[in-house]
Design a protein around this ligand. Structure first.
Ligand code: AMP
Length: 316
């Protein structure tokens, strides 16, 4: 396609600190979030006649980690088709040649808020269970496709006002994980399983750990293992759950094992102490709770309303 024709297809607009150069079909861009890879905007798609989310991956090929993450995300988002995993609608770059190629724009279904914004709401039993159920369905689907996420966290999970939920990304590429004694980089680690924190072999159940931590936070209203850095993350786990068994220690590599074995010993707390009954929401009474939340950008009021008969889904 010649340069003139292409230039007519795209326009540029400043969004926060960034400039989005997008196809003209996408109008009305507004920033709705930002993550490790860049800024996310909502927009109206005049072709599909629906609202969409557009994520700009700025220079995704600047280093190997970024490149692998971007590639992994794109390929998986294109292949995976499940109602609890975010769907890919389009992908484009405004640059014209391989030499100029810099930015990738990913167009996705638009959701209303991420789970960080919902966690503070006092959700009743029904909403909580419906959210949990959908997280498990999404992750089960990824596991069935051989994908282990390893980095599920509330900011990577998005919801709509009808209480539907989708997982936003596909987690850590193999190269992106760092072990306990490796140089830390700034990320949220609260939800990472011990196997991931300690750089051990891992299985699909590391994602169940993360979902458990997210569920715990929804029940307690605060982070379960709020480590201040990657070392403290491990301390928070053992303080509450107790020092792991010798059998567990044997699976660690020598340097990590020496560190872990030399930590003070903790007995851990009982389940009743960690999760007293009073924290659990009462059984739902429809519309009892009009959970409201002030969205940081657009003052959206979220009134999460699951379908009346969603529990029937459990028996499908
Ligand atoms: P990410 O860069 O994928 O980690 O996304 C950063 C933030 O942007 C998320 O925590 C969400 O708040 C928001 N976001 C990303 N994608 C979407 C989407 N499809 N719908 C609504 N919000 C989104």
């Amino acid at each position: 396609m010649n340069r003139n024709k292409r230039e007519k297809e795209y326009y540029s607009i400043d969004v926060g600190d960034s400039t989005f150069t997008v196809l003209k079909r996408y109008q009305n861009l507004r920033p709705i979030g930002s993550g490790a890879q860049g800024i996310v905007c909502s927009a109206y798609d005049h072709v599909l006649e629906r609202n969409v989310a557009i994520k700009k991956l700025s220079r995704p090929f600047q280093n190997q980690t970024h490149a692998k993450r971007a590639y992994r995300e794109l390929v998986l988002m294109k292949c995976v088709n499940h109602k609890n995993i975010i769907g890919l609608l389009n992908v484009f770059t405004p640059q014209k040649t391989l030499e100029e190629f810099q930015d990738v724009y990913i167009v996705m279904e638009l959701m209303d808020a991420n789970l960080c914004q919902v966690i503070q709401m006092e959700l009743d039993h029904e909403r909580l269970s419906y959210l949990l159920y959908q997280m498990l369905c999404g992750i089960k689907h990824l596991h069935a496709a051989g994908i282990i996420h390893r980095d599920l966290k509330p900011s990577n999970i998005v919801v709509k006002s009808d209480c539907t939920l989708k997982i936003l990304d596909f987690g850590l590429a193999r190269t992106a994980a760092t072990g306990l004694l490796m140089t830390p980089y700034v990320v949220t680690r609260y939800y990472r399983a011990p196997e991931v924190i300690l750089g051990m072999g891992y299985q699909a159940n590391v994602d169940v750990w993360s979902i458990g931590c997210i569920m715990a936070e929804m029940v307690r209203g605060s982070v379960l293992f709020p480590g201040t850095d990657h070392i403290d993350q491990w301390n928070k786990v053992i303080e509450q759950l107790g020092t792991p068994s010798q059998e567990f220690m044997m699976k660690l590599n020598q340097s990590v094992r020496t560190y872990v074995e030399n930590r003070p010993r903790y007995a851990g707390y009982s389940f009743e102490k960690l999760f007293p009954d009073v924290l659990f929401p009462a059984d739902s009474e429809h519309n009892k709770l009009k959970a409201q939340h002030v969205h940081t950008h657009s003052l959206v009021r979220l009134s999460l309303s699951p379908p009346a008969d969603w529990t029937a889904l459990l028996y499908l």
